[in-house]
Design a protein around this ligand. Sequence first.
Ligand code: ZN
Length: 401
Amino acid sequence: MTDLLLTGVRVWSNGDAACDLAIADGRIAAIGPGLSTDAPEVFDGRGCLVIPGLVDAHAHVDKTLWGTPWHPHQAGPSVLDKIENERRVLKTLGLSPEVQSARLLRHMVARGTTHVRTHVDIGPDVGLAHFHGVQAMRDSHRDWIDVEIVAFPQTGVMIRPGTLELLEQAVREGAEAVGGIDPVGIDRDPKGQLDGLFAIAERHGCGIDIHLHDRGDMGAVTIDMIVERTRALGLAGKVAISHAFCLGMLEPARLDGLIEALLELDIAIMTHAPSGPTPFPPIRLLHDRGVRLFSGSDGVRDTWGPLNTGDMLERAFLLAYRSGFRDDPSIEIALRMATYGGAAIMGAEGYGLTVGSAADLVLVEAETAAEAVAFHPPRRLVVKRGRVVARDGRSLLPPAA
Ligand SMILES: [Zn+2]
C-alpha cells in the first residue's frame, strides 16, 4: 500500500516530463505518469523538482552557536588563532553540545538535509563530552536524519598527549571515522600523527577523514604521506581529505601526480568552497578525472565565522560560484557533491531516486537542478524514509530544549 503520493513532480535526471512518485514502506515504490493509488496522503507537487535528500558530509554540529544571541566574530586570521579563540569562547558560554547540535539539525532538516557527517571535537580539554552529547542527539533524532560521527582532534594530536587514546575510545564507542588536522601545521609531526591515526583505522576498520589546511608543498607532501599509508595498510576507499587547499595551488605536473595517487587508492576530497582568497581544489578537473568529491557546511554560525547557514543547496551554489561554473552540467557537479558524493562517503543505504531507493527526498521550487542550485529556493517538502519531516521551509521536529 502506498503511504504518500507526490503528483505532478519532475524527478532530477529523469527527463523534463511531470510525473507522479509513490512512496511505500519508506521506499520509492513507483515513478510514472498518472499513478493511481490508495495513498492516505497525496501532495500536489505543482511541477516542483525532486532531488534526493541533501547530504552535509562535513559539519561541526557540536559547537555551533545556532539559536543563541548573535556573537560578533573575534578570532585572528590563522587556524591557530581560531582554535585558541574557540576554546576561550566555548568555555565562557558553557553551551551543551547535545542541545546545540539538535538546534542546528532541526534547521538542516528544514533545508532538506537528510544525512549529516559531523566532525566532533575530542581532546584532553573536553574529553569525550562533545562526542557523548552528539551521540545522545543522534539517538533521539534517528527518525529525522542520519548522523555519522568523525572523532576530530581539533586542538592537535601529538602536541596534546592523550588525544590518540581518546580518539580510539570514541571509535570503540561508535564513531564511524577518525579525523586528523594539519599534521605539519598544527603538530609539526606528520609521521607521528598519521601513523597514530592510521593505526586506529587499521585496528578498528573505520574510515579516516583528515582536515588539511596546510598550503602549497607542505600540503602536497602531507598528501604523499597519506597516500603511502593508505596503500601500505590496504585502506583504499576508506580515506578522505577535507579542504585540501593545496590542490588549488600546485603546478600542473605535481597536481597530476597527486590525482593519479588519489584515483589509485580511491581517496575522496571534500571542499566547501572556502570564502575569501583561500585556494581550494579544482572541482571540474578532479571530477573529470574521476576523483570522488563531496561537500559540507563546515562550521555553521560558530566561532570560526558567522556566515555558513547549513543549507546544502546554498553550499552547492557556493561551490559553483567560486569555481566559475556557468553551464548546467558543471553546476550539476556541485549538486552531486551535495547529494550523491556525500551519500557515497557515508555509505548511505539505498540512496538515490530510482524505484526501490530509500524515500529520502526534497521537493524544490525549480524546473531543473541547475536552477535549484542557482536560486536555492524554499524547500516545499522534505521526506525522510517516507515520512514528511519538513514542509514549506519549516521543520516538523519539535524545537530543542
Ligand atoms: Zn571542518
